[in-house]
Design a protein around this ligand. Structure first.
Ligand code: SF4
Ligand code: SF4
Length: 297
């Protein structure tokens, strides 16, 4: 069961939900993987504090030219949809950051002058914390494309058991790449008009990806009821309300997941996972979320 945790924008509490849910499951003795897909700004490790086991470089394939064979015919530049190749009468120039590793230029070179080479785009680290398996990617600063690294980090997901993906914020390519292939997506939002606006964009993305989703309302009690009203009207399950509490904010600021210091909160995040399982079976609606008291008491 692969569950993505996303949000329309940063700072909504997405990582809090992903980390606490993963720790709650490992606390119950269940096998669980937490993968931080926010490779541009990974931060889940600051809360998990894993013991690192492995660290390796991540690469993408790129073409390299053998100038002794090249006739500068221009066929490779012509086939490259991403304008990553420039040809001069004397030299072939590769703009590697634009290369999408499609391999078309290598296939089509009539002189067999292009070969596959590798370019480092970042690092992947794996670790554990009391039964929880953790991984994240770190994109090299200045690297323009994060999806290739996100794909490589996601490949570490087990085929079975619980896999939780902490996604980047927003609804652009890196988020789509992170959420793609999940069985369910939890959207974390705040009860404000801005929160509702971002939630609607994220829901649209899920609908295009045909991935079922549910909502976690964070900092409940601070804003309005617009998000709840919208979800009720649209039949979108609200899986959990996390009330605004100064204690939670303080723990977050100190990098302490609340589920590690509160049995009650660990239970709540465990219940959130259970509700996701039910939601994938289509047996959860907004009203049962409130009545079961997950985060709303
Ligand atoms: S297609 Fe091959 S031979 Fe032609 S310019 Fe490109 S590398 Fe050189
Ligand atoms: S591998 Fe594809 S994207 Fe990269 S330079 Fe060749 S044609 Fe362009």
């Amino acid at each position: 069961m692969k569950v993505a945790v996303a949000s329309g924008k940063g700072g909504t509490g997405k990582t809090t939900v992903a980390v606490n849910m993963a720790l709650a499951l490992s606390g119950r003795g269940e096998p669980v993987q937490l993968i931080d897909c926010d490779v541009e700004e990974p931060n889940a490790h600051l809360f998990v504090k894993p013991s690192w086991k492995t660290k390796r470089n991540a690469f993408v394939p790129v073409p390299r030219v053998d100038e002794s064979k090249c006739t500068h015919c221009g066929a490779c530049a012509e086939v490259c949809q991403y304008h990553a190749i420039l040809i001069s009468p004397q030299k072939v120039f590769f703009l590697e950051e634009l290369c999408h590793s499609c391999g078309a230029c290598i296939e089509l070179c009539p002189e067999n002058a292009l070969k596959e080479s590798y370019r480092k785009i970042g690092e992947i680290e794996e670790g554990t914390k009391s039964g929880l398996w953790f991984a994240h990617g770190k994109l090299t600063p200045g690297e323009p494309m994060s999806p290739p690294l996100i794909r490589q980090v996601k490949q570490l997901a087990w085929g079975e058991g619980a896999v939780i993906l902490d996604c980047p914020p927003g609804a652009s390519c890196p988020v789509v790449e992170s959420v793609k292939g999940s069985d369910f997506c939890v959207l974390v939002t705040e009860p404000t008009p801005f929160g509702l606006n971002d939630l609607m964009i994220a829901l649209d993305m899920l609908s295009q990806l045909r991935i079922p989703g549910g909502v976690v309302v964070n900092r409940d009690g601070l804003g309005t009821s617009e998000v709840s009203d919208y979800c009720r009207k649209m039949g979108i399950p609200i899986l959990m309300y996390i009330p605004y509490e100064e204690r939670l904010a303080r723990l977050y600021a100190r990098g302490i997941p609340v589920s590690t210091v509160s049995y009650e909160w660990s239970q709540r995040f465990g219940m959130l996972w259970d509700r996701i399982i039910k939601a994938t079976a289509g047996s959860v609606d907004h009203f049962s979320a409130v009545s079961c008291g997950v985060g709303k008491d």
